[in-house]
Design a protein. Sequence first.
Length: 184
Amino acid sequence: MDLTIVLLVILLVAAVGAGLWYFTRQRKSQELQGRFGPEYEEAVRRHGDRTRAESELAGRMKRRERFDIHPLSEADRDHFASLWRHNQAHFVDDPSMAITEADHLVMELMRARGYPMSDFDRRADDLSVDYPHVVRNYRAAHGIALRHARGEANTEDLRMAMVSYRDLFAELLEPNPVREEVRR
């Protein structure tokens, strides 16, 4: 009889432990899905496995914590906005140059905010922590810019890239109060 009670207690403890593990994993998945939105699904698709995707996304968040991301001063914000308006106005005359300049302006704005400048994929991953809903635009714009460099993009493609760069640029100009609340 004592052995039966011991086995039941062990089974009960194991069942509670398994339930807690499952609940914790589900909660972590839901938090990552909420935080990363469409970027979560993209990571799962790319990795082919939810566990590996979640590990990568958690790694991005941990890496992002080491950055000193800060809002721009009003003067810097005005300066970047002016540069963007100037570049956008030149799109009609020289779409190719405007796309090159848009990519450059996004990188300069990222640098000014405190994001590290590494290869494109790392930059996009870093941005995905704070801007998961527009980072796909950044990837799309970059893809079009690469196709354009190979002579495979038309003016409509370049227009779409410009709009995608603009979406990210506009987000980067703002202090991003929603994400700052999430980090607190």
